[in-house]
Ligand binder design. Structure first.
Ligand code: XIL
Length: 380
């Protein structure tokens, strides 16, 4: 009997403390919104993230909460690639893509479509096409159907992905070979522009800081412009490392693309911290190095990044974002390839089973030193 009133009192006190805390948090948030990447850079460029199927399906609430807090643009990491969205000639699979677009709309995000034409992650039935008329009508059906479905809802399309070799010459993809040249690029941009006249159209590729490859991009851009075909931007994928590319090479490309009359976006930014002693550069997804799997030398931070490496990464990101801010008038968007380190494709590429730490948030969704170094640029 005697215990009952005090138990009740305790419950009431606990409840009132709980309510109080809740109110304080709400009030504080209303007065000073927490800093975020998207807020900090809102007058400079969009801040995006590539998202995977689990984020599209919203199965991980922490991941989606961070996405909504920090980012104002999204790119689908895999779910709009040809093999996913158009696996058979007469069958399109829009289920995940529809959810992806709805998620972006719900959060007022700039929505990117990735990607219409790419030799990789291409459906096998397309790889078997051998004559140019069939290839042309296949490309037409693919672009019309997909761009048409999301007309007015997808803001930017990566129309053609990775059509160049490292020396700037055309990559001999199935599209190039069967269509007999780079005219498939013209077709793709023309069709996309017609299917959604308001969408921004981008050519996307890796290593676009390389002077030789830069020439290839400028050739593509100029050719489209000369023929009156719309192209709005160049997407520099930006799969970089602590050591390279140099800021000078990146800057020269930003300036060259801007001078050609198109906007620049950094579409797939990540900075690997893992060793890369063999002569691999670029981001060709076909490359893989099975002989290095399970080699501890190749996986120096299996549990966490050392302080020294955190600082190195923070400095690299600071320098990169300083350069981006210098050229903010030319840059439309900076998209990270993943939300946190655990999501990054670099845990499995080019060597399987490593633990990489290339993004601004760690595996527990905590901001890293690199996050602070990027945000601090806006506080000075
Ligand atoms: C990667 C995805 O992140 C991986 O999940 C997938 O296994 C392979 O493709 N260039 C691109 C991206 O344009 O689509 C690639 O994404 C990374 C390289």
């Amino acid at each position: 009997m005697t215990n009952k009133p005090s138990t009740l009192l305790l419950i009431m006190i606990a409840f009132s403390i709980f309510l109080n805390c809740k109110n304080t948090t709400v009030k504080e948030n209303a007065i000073s919104p927490l800093p975020s990447l998207k807020e900090s850079f809102k007058n400079d460029f969009l801040i995006g993230a590539a998202i995977s199927r689990s984020q599209i399906n919203q199965t991980d609430s922490l991941s989606n909460a961070l996405l909504e807090k920090e980012f104002n643009s999204i790119t689908p990491e895999n779910d709009m690639k040809w093999e996913q969205i158009h696996p058979k000639e007469d069958s399109f699979n829009f289920e995940t893509a529809d959810k992806y677009v709805a998620l972006g709309e719900k959060n007022n995000m700039h929505i990117v479509g990735h990607t219409l034409l790419w030799h990789s992650q291409l459906a096998p039935w397309v790889q078997n096409i051998q004559d140019s008329a069939t290839m042309a009508s296949t490309i037409k059906a693919h672009i019309n159907k997909i761009v048409g479905r999301y007309k007015g809802r997808i803001n930017t399309w990566d129309v053609v992905n990775e059509a160049l070799n490292e020396d700037g010459s055309p990559r001999e993809s199935v599209f190039y070979k069967v269509m007999g040249g780079e005219n498939y690029i013209e077709q793709a941009f023309m069709l996309a522009a017609k299917a959604d006249p308001d969408a921004k159209l981008v050519y996307n590729d890796y290593n676009l800081w390389k002077p030789e490859k830069r020439k290839g991009v400028l050739r593509i851009v100029k050719n489209l412009q000369d023929k009156g075909i719309k192209i709005d931007g160049v997407g520099m994928q930006a799969h970089w490392s602590l050591e390279g590319p140099t800021l000078e090479d990146i800057e020269n490309s930003i300036i060259a693309y801007s001078n050609a009359g198109v906007k620049v976006s950094f579409t797939e930014l990540d900075v690997t911290v893992l060793p890369n002693p063999w002569d691999l550069d670029g981001a060709a997804v076909e490359q893989s190095y099975a002989q290095f799997e399970n080699d501890p030398k190749m996986n120096p931070y299996p549990v966490k990044l050392t302080d020294a490496a955190q600082i190195q990464l923070a400095k690299r990101y600071e320098a990169i974002f300083k350069l981006f801010l210098k050229h903010k008038d030319k840059i439309e968007r900076v998209t990270f390839w993943g939300v946190n380190d655990g999501h990054s494709w670099l845990n499995g590429w080019p060597i399987n089973g490593r633990t990489n730490h290339p993004l601004l948030f760690d595996r527990n969704f905590e901001p890293k030193k690199a996050y602070n170094s990027v945000l601090d640029l806006k506080k000075q």
